[in-house]
Design a protein around this ligand. Structure first.
Ligand code: ADP
Ligand code: MG
Length: 401
């Protein structure tokens, strides 16, 4: 941990942006850099454990009632002390994989949050963008891990609630703004889960800063955790309703929570932001922010391959489209892992949305969720392969100057 903190300090020093004005001799300003930068410096090997690389954790779901009933054989063995996972194809053949973290079926929500998401949240509070994503087959615990509200039992709270809880706890003063948007992405169309009448929300990228925004999406300023949990509940209900209407399951869509964190200079008067309900225009306020950063928490669509047999015409077209974002995310992860100069983020809505929060100086954690049972061996193997590719990703620090 100590060496991590050390290398992180070094990393931050490299990233600091000199104050333009108004910083009054305070600490140097830092802010996320755009991915459209000209010069890029590779993060050194020592930083590999730190923000330079996508961190990948595996979480194994406990056996469910059916699996216990049928007494299904397991295909996964975890060696937590070595952070390794052994995947057994059969009695004679198995492969072992190393991850940043491996969590057994008894790992608590708190532990998962602290190991996987907390470092990203802290980095967002430091002024960098960040992303936490869950990837895996339907039924393996993505939603449980990411979006569980845990109203009656706080120990059940998932990453979204814990992240906001942490952000509120660490607010430096009442001048900080925390605002959220909550969206669903289905068939390459973005729908607002807080204002469901808003569909087909466009993604706009500022050509100068590379900043991604969603004009028209509701941006709601959050005052406390209760309000946030209420909004998550509304979002969940809207997600359910819209999926029923579209005659699909929520496993086919991605849910994306965008958390805007604006930290202002202390001692300045707070601008009235109560009218902030429309558009992404948190920028037009007069408070001179030290940093504006963004946390994306993503409950991805199920990674299972869709059975195309028996599907024709329009349905087949739709089926092809369904996982475009997931396929494209995989391509971006591979390109990043290979340190390619071209990251194909434009191929899908999901990757366009992630563009300024993924790669570059942004910090990313991926949690891959798997089930324990042998009948899902091939889906589990494909999830693990995705996670292994992501393990190689070293984000590059991109400098404009
Ligand atoms: P996904 O979103 O990947 O389709 P879910 O999060 O909906 O999967 O999980 C499927 C079921 O398994 C749910 O009933 C959920 O409560 C349960 N579940 C998943 N992970 C865990 C866990 N770690 N502990 C207890 N129950 C879990
Ligand atoms: Mg789910």
């Amino acid at each position: 941990m100590a060496s991590n903190a050390h290398s992180r300090g070094q990393l931050r020093a490299e990233r600091q942006v000199p104050s333009s004005k108004g910083n009054g001799g305070g600490p140097p300003l830092s802010r996320p850099r755009s991915s459209s930068a000209k010069r890029s410096v590779r993060v050194s090997a020592e930083d590999d454990n730190d923000s330079g690389r996508v961190r990948v954790a595996v979480r194994l779901r406990p056996k469910n009632a059916e699996e216990l009933d049928l007494d299904l054989t397991g295909c996964v063995e975890l060696q937590t002390e070595f952070k390794r996972l052994k995947l057994k194809k059969n009695n004679w053949s198995s492969e072992s994989y190393k991850f940043d973290e491996v969590f057994t079926e008894s790992a608590s929500q708190k532990r998962i949050y602290e190991a996987v998401a907390k470092p990203v949240v802290e980095s967002v509070l430091d002024g960098y963008n960040g992303t936490v994503m869950a990837y895996g087959q339907t039924g393996t615990g993505k939603t449980y891990t990411i979006s569980r509200i845990g109203k009656d039992d706080p120990s059940e709270r998932g990453i979204m609630v814990r992240a906001l809880e942490d952000i509120f706890a660490k607010r430096s003063s009442s001048f900080d703004i925390v605002a959220i948007s909550y969206l669903q992405l289905y068939l390459e169309s973005i729908q607002d889960l807080l204002a469901p009448e808003k569909t087909n929300i466009p993604i706009v990228e500022d050509p100068r800063t590379g900043e991604v925004s969603l004009p028209g999406a509701a941006v709601v300023q959050i005052k406390d955790l209760d309000q946030f949990m209420g909004l998550l509940q509304i979002g969940e209900a809207n997600r359910h309703a819209s999926n029923t209407k579209l005659n699909t399951e929520s496993s086919r869509s991605h849910a994306v929570l965008v958390v805007h964190v604006h930290r202002s200079l202390e001692g300045k008067k707070e601008t009235d932001v109560s009218s902030l309900t429309n558009g992404n225009d948190l920028t037009s306020h007069h408070v001179p922010y030290i940093s504006k950063s963004k946390l994306l928490i993503v409950d991805l669509a199920g990674s299972e391959r869709i059975d195309k047999s028996g599907i024709e015409g329009h349905m087949l077209e739709e089926t092809k489209f369904i996982n475009l974002s997931l396929t494209s995310l995989g391509k971006c992860i591979n390109a990043l892992a290979e340190n390619s100069s071209y990251i194909p983020t434009r191929d899908s809505k999901l990757t366009r949305l992630l563009r300024d929060s993924f790669g570059g100086t942004a910090r990313t954690s991926l949690i891959i969720t798997i089930g324990p049972s042998a009948p899902y061996y091939s889906e589990t193997a494909s999830t693990i392969l995705f996670g292994q590719r992501a393990m190689k990703v070293v984000n590059t620090i991109k400098l404009k100057e």
